[in-house]
Design a protein around this ligand. Structure first.
Ligand code: GRF
Length: 216
C-alpha cells in the first residue's frame, strides 16, 4: 500500500518532527516524510531531517514581499515533492487563507494547550497565570484563524505547584510526541472525517482521541 507523503513545516528545534521521523521509520507506519521545510536556516530540525536523508529545505520569509508570495513559494516546494498532507510542527508563520483552504483537512497543527484555551505563543505562561489544574496539547486541522480548527487528539497533563512555563512545557512536550504520530497515523489510514467542524475517528471509541496522564 502506498504511504501518505507528508511535508513537515518547522521553524526551530523540531522535537515533534523527530517524533514523526521516528514513527515513520516503522515499515508498517502508513505515512512517510517527503520533505521538511523551514523558514529559518538555523532551525535544528533541518539537521534532524538531513541525518535521516530526508530533503530539508529553507524558504526565508524575509525574501518575499507578501505573505501570499511566500505561501506560493511554499506551495511550489510541496508540489515538487508530491506532498499529500502538511504538518505544522513549531512553524512560527501564519499561513494565508488561500494556502489553508487549498489544504483543507490535509493541514495539521500541534499546539501546547488544551484548545480552545490558551491559543498563541504564550500558552504555558497563560495556563499557569489562569491557575488551571490541567493543561495539555492538541493536534487539530488548521483553519485560517490561528490555533483554531477541528480537534483530532488531545493529551492532558497536571499543572503542578511551582510549575514554571519551562517545567510545564517539558511535561506537555512529552505528550506532544505521543499525540502527533498518532494523529498522523489516523490521517494516513483515512480514518478521520470532519462533520460540522468536529472530527470522527473511524473504528475508534471516541475516547481514543483523548490521552490522559494520571496525576501522581
Ligand atoms: C511545540 O510546543 C508545539 O506545540 C508548538 O511549538 C513547539 C515546537 O517544538 N507549536 P519542537 O520544535 O517540535 O521541539
Amino acid at each position: 500500500m502506498s504511504k501518505l507523503r507528508v511535508g513537515v513545516l518547522i521553524s526551530g528545534n523540531g522535537s515533534n518532527l523527530q517524533a514523526l521521523i521516528d514513527a515513520c521509520q516503522d515499515t508498517n507506519f502508513p505515512a512517510e516524510i517527503a520533505v521538511v521545510i523551514s523558514n529559518k536556516a538555523d532551525a535544528f530540525g533541518l539537521q534532524r531531517a538531513r541525518e535521516k536523508g530526508i530533503p530539508a529545505l529553507v524558504i526565508d520569509h524575509k525574501e518575499f514581499d507578501t505573505r501570499a508570495q511566500f505561501d506560493d513559494g511554499l506551495q511550489h516546494l510541496l508540489d515538487h515533492h508530491l506532498v499529500d498532507a502538511v504538518l505544522l510542527a513549531g512553524f512560527m508563520r501564519l499561513l494565508s487563507p488561500g494556502f489553508v483552504q487549498g489544504w483543507h483537512n490535509k493541514l495539521l497543527n500541534i499546539h501546547p494547550s488544551l484548545l480552545p484555551s490558551f491559543k498563541g505563543v504564550h500558552a504555558h505562561e497563560e495556563a499557569i497565570a489562569a491557575g488551571v489544574r490541567i493543561s495539555g496539547c492538541s493536534v487539530h486541522f488548521v483553519r485560517a484563524e490561528m490555533d483554531v480548527g477541528p480537534i483530532i487528539v488531545q493529551a492532558a497533563v497536571p499543572v503542578l505547584a511551582g510549575d514554571t512555563p519551562a517545567s510545564l512545557g517539558a511535561r506537555v512536550l512529552a505528550q506532544e510526541h505521543q499525540c502527533y504520530p498518532l494523529a498522523l497515523r489516523w490521517l494516513a489510514e483515512g480514518r478521520l472525517s470532519v462533520v460540522d467542524e468536529k472530527v470522527t475517528i473511524a473504528g475508534a471509541a471516541e475516547a481514543e482521541g483523548a490521552l490522559m496522564q494520571p496525576v501522581s
